[in-house]
Design a protein. Structure first.
Length: 202
């Protein structure tokens, strides 16, 4: 089972913010945001404190939510994860499907990828055996990251989601042979050669 998600790199100038039900803007300096004509929705908001995450509602019908995240470009890995999880928590509460994730500033690739991983994986639950399965943020357009970075992040997200699924499976379902089958299937789908050894061959 593959983790269903759609991360896509887009240009801010081509973004129609009215098309999204959840918008997250990550920035360091509020003054830089005010200078960006494409982010008029933030021009009247107050500056964020260091490490602050702020939620607001842009409209009720149709409902549209905005989350602002103050994140320094040199923030450490832990700080990036915390901020991403906070933003993702609001996305889950809103049950948002079409999401715009906007990085306003020059963030290093490692910070961008970590934020994407934490933001996306935080809303994924192990719900395979539930009659009603929910996944939020199934479509995420990302501003500030190129295609290669998006591809790298998506590959890692799928790998982590796959591992989490295996960990959460009950033992009577994920038998040794079933584990071998799933590992082989996932590996082949991702271009990795795999060899399954029987007990006598170990």
């Amino acid at each position: 089972m593959r983790y269903k998600m759609n991360l896509k790199a887009v240009d801010l100038n081509r973004l129609e913010l009215g098309d999204y039900d959840f918008i997250t803007v990550i920035y360091n300096n509020h003054e830089d945001v005010k200078e960006n004509a494409s982010l008029k929705i933030l021009h009247e908001t107050e500056d964020l404190k260091k490490g602050e995450v702020r939620f607001s509602t842009l409209s009720l019908k149709p409902r549209q939510a905005l989350v602002e995240v103050q994140l320094h470009p040199e923030a450490n890995n832990r700080e990036v994860i915390i901020q991403a999880k906070k933003a993702a928590g609001y996305m889950k509460e809103e049950k948002a499907q079409k999401v715009a994730l906007i990085f306003n500033g020059d963030y290093p690739a490692i910070a961008l990828e970590q934020f994407l991983k934490s933001f996306t994986l935080n809303q994924k639950q192990f719900d395979i055996y539930l009659s009603k399965q929910e996944q939020f943020g199934s479509h995420i357009d990302v501003v500030g990251a190129n295609d290669s970075l998006i591809k790298a992040a998506q590959d890692r997200i799928e790998a982590v989601a796959f591992a989490r699924t295996l960990v959460n499976e009950p033992a009577n379902t994920l038998t040794p042979s079933e584990l071998a089958y799933r590992a082989e299937k996932f590996s082949l789908e991702n271009g990795v050669e795999v060899e399954i050894l029987e007990q006598k061959e170990i």
